[in-house]
Design a protein around this ligand. Structure first.
Ligand code: FAD
Length: 319
């Protein structure tokens, strides 16, 4: 019996979510009195995983798996779970993991709870807290199957360092014929991705036009943040669709979400509710976003944002 964790990577580099799910797996393993095994596909930084509580890494190096394929990855993880006799498999709540987890669930005859935001309330019975109704409610879900799959929401558990060292083991699962070959991948941008970002700076229609996004990007640069936008902004072509967040766009679970000139429609809030601290800058004191905000500035973005950038730069210069 062990806890298996699938540690996602991008071009050989583990994503932040990989360390968060490893930390989460360690917490469960400690409760169960067992160890954590990670499965790493075409990424070999064993030491980094050890820092977050992984005891052993099954390393798969296989060119066929260079590009993500949900069917193939699910089959590889299934073989790892069977080899390890894993009773709990931990994955992230990224789009890739949400795609592969149901396939893995079928393969392992395992119950799967997605969007889990905390360590299990109990491991016998196995109960987890997860978000429901697009982050507007919480529910406690019991997973009753023998093997359990937990999908952890990004930035919900955090990174928890451990003192252990991870050992590495080559693992050569059988990889199915995928029937397709990914020849190249063009990324939308080489900036911080919304999914991995600790801080997201987001702009809405209140910014009037694409020519005014310079200050949004400057603020994001100062903060080391990703940029995002509301749906109409990407519909109008002011910003790329990859930045659209909300119910029909990308979900954001950052530590800090700064909304500039966004009204706070329910469909927008649905995608960003999981963010920890929300700051709203809006000229209209009645804008619905203020009800969801932790901090609010009633003011003109064209005055507030440049001042904020200036103050942050001055603050950083003193550090
Ligand atoms: C089925 C469906 C799905 C949807 N999915 C999404 C989704 O995923 N994501 C999403 O974002 N929307 C979504 N929408 C659209 C959503 O309902 C809203 O229309 C949209 O979020 C509004 O975008 P906005 O806040 O940028 O623009 P607006 O509603 O036009 O708000 C602009 C805001 O900027 C403020 N403002 C104006 N000037 C300034 C200034 N100088 N400084 C500061 N503030 C200023 C205004 O007071 C206002 O509050 C969806 C709608 C439907 C029907």
């Amino acid at each position: 019996m062990s806890v298996l964790v699938y540690t996602e990577s991008d071009q050989g580099v583990f994503k932040k979510a990989a360390f968060e799910v490893a930390s989460y797996a360690k917490a469960i393993a400690t409760d169960l009195g067992t160890t954590v095994t990670a499965i790493a596909i075409n990424a070999n930084d064993t030491a980094a995983l050890g820092t977050y509580g992984v005891d052993n890494v099954l390393q798969v190096n296989n060119d066929t798996l260079k590009a993500f394929n949900a069917n193939a990855y699910a089959q590889v993880i299934k073989q790892a779970a069977e080899k390890e006799n894993a009773t709990v498999v931990v994955v992230s709540s990224s789009a890739d993991s949400k795609y592969l987890a149901p396939l893995l669930s079928v393969g392992l005859n395992a119950g799967y709870a997605s969007n889990v935001i905390a360590k299990p309330e109990s491991t016998s019975p196995f109960k987890v807290k997860r978000t429901a109704f697009t982050n507007k409610a919480f529910e406690i879900t019991e997973i009753t199957s023998e093997v359990k799959i937990v999908g952890v929401s990004n930035n919900s558990f955090g990174l928890v360092e451990s003192s252990g060292n991870a050992s590495a083991e080559d693992f050569s699962p059988s990889v199915p014929d995928l029937g397709i070959t990914v020849e190249s991948v063009d990324k939308a941008s080489d900036k911080v991705s919304i999914a991995d970002a600790e801080i997201v700076v987001s702009g809405g229609r209140g910014l009037k036009g694409p020519e005014n996004w310079g200050m949004v990007e400057d603020l994001a640069d100062v903060l080391g943040a990703a940029t995002a936008c509301s749906k109409p902004v990407s519909d109008l072509g002011w910003r790329p669709h990859s930045e659209h967040v909300g119910q029909t766009g990308k979900p954001v679970a950052s530590n800090l979400y700064i909304a500039i000139g966004i009204s706070g429609a329910i469909q927008h809030l649905a995608g960003i509710n999981a963010s920890k601290v929300k700051v709203v800058i809006n000229t209209d004191p009645e804008a619905p976003f203020f009800k969801a905000a932790d901090y609010g500035v009633v003011g003109d973005a064209f005055e507030v944002v440049p001042t904020l950038i200036e103050k942050l730069k001055a603050f950083k210069a003193q550090q």
